[in-house]
Design a protein around this ligand. Sequence first.
Ligand code: GLU
Length: 398
Amino acid sequence: MISNRVNSIKPSLTIASNMKAQELKRAGRDIIVLAAGEPDFDTPDHIKNAAIKAINEGFTKYVPGKGTPDLQSAIQKKFKEDNNLEYDLSNITVGVGGKHIIYNAFSATINSGDEVIIPAPYWVSYPDIVLLNSGKPVIVKCGESSGFKLLPEDLEKNVSSKTKWLMLNSPSNPTGSMYTKEELMALGEVLKKHDHVYVLSDDIYEKIVYDGNTFHTIAEVCPFLYDRTLTMNGLSKSYCMTGWRVGYAAGPTNVINAMNKVQSQNVSSTASISMAASVEALTGDQSFITSHNESFLRRRDLIVKNLNETPGLSCRVPEGAFYVFASCKGVLGKKTESGKIIEADGDFMDYLLEEVGVAGVQGSAFGLDGFFRISYATSDSILEDACQRIKLACSKLS
Ligand code: GLU
């Protein structure tokens, strides 16, 4: 009964790990959930109030899938001001979250067997969205020595006549690594030689950046790629709007039109109320982003320090987002008190959950074994507690 396409994919492991941990918590277990990539901060009041106003004013009917005129203008202005990218309104679309934008883009452009280059570690959903649309994910492993970033020579090696897209994500989920302007330009030089390859740049963590680093996106630093780049973003992370489901993108008119056509046949649009809230989010007070980032930075430093103090674990300092991607290679092969051998990162995650009630996500879910992801978008005291628990669990291994 089930299609080959659906049989070829897995359920989203970030969502599954989070749901499993939440269920254990509801069942009364003392669990610290560091599995989901979701800010602990509530949606700011001025954004909520814009939605309430929209409801009270009866802004509750069908709206254009590509975005209301107000939202399209807000997105146009955002791209100009933040990224120095100029788009006509016809180059802009809106979807039901970032994931849906990617889905629409691949559905609109991938023919059976077309390849999408995905640097690993990658966000769990990229390969499966490619597979769902009959494409072929080409996974390129990027080790810790390059900051988990794609090197130009590795891009060159993996481009073929079938390559349709290169997927980029900076700052990255799950590593928090961010490409510098120079690194993006070096990738751009490779793409200059292969003009059939388009780039999907997932910039959803753009505003969560630390240590004075400056965010850049590839269409901005490589203007020759402007016509073959889809730059996508969303409200979920920096605006604490995960449940509102708003993502957006700008790119070539033919791609945007095709995405709008797909959207008109699947969800029609995201909610009118979410669109109204997003206009306020993008055009209203932005100061909360700075104060959230101050908290995220403090938490990043706390988790990085503690993990690096834990025998068997280590992690690099991420430049952005709210994840650390730590190595657990030093605990692989060790034995738990009950005699079980930790063979792989998944076993380590199971052990942390069972032994000390800490839920993270194994690196293999993101395409790189021997690591695990911790989302540190939670309070300092919960993180402190989690770190002590992880240290205790590791100290019990022999
Ligand atoms: N993007 C978040 C994460 O990686 C939310 C869950 C999901 O959609 O994957 O945890």
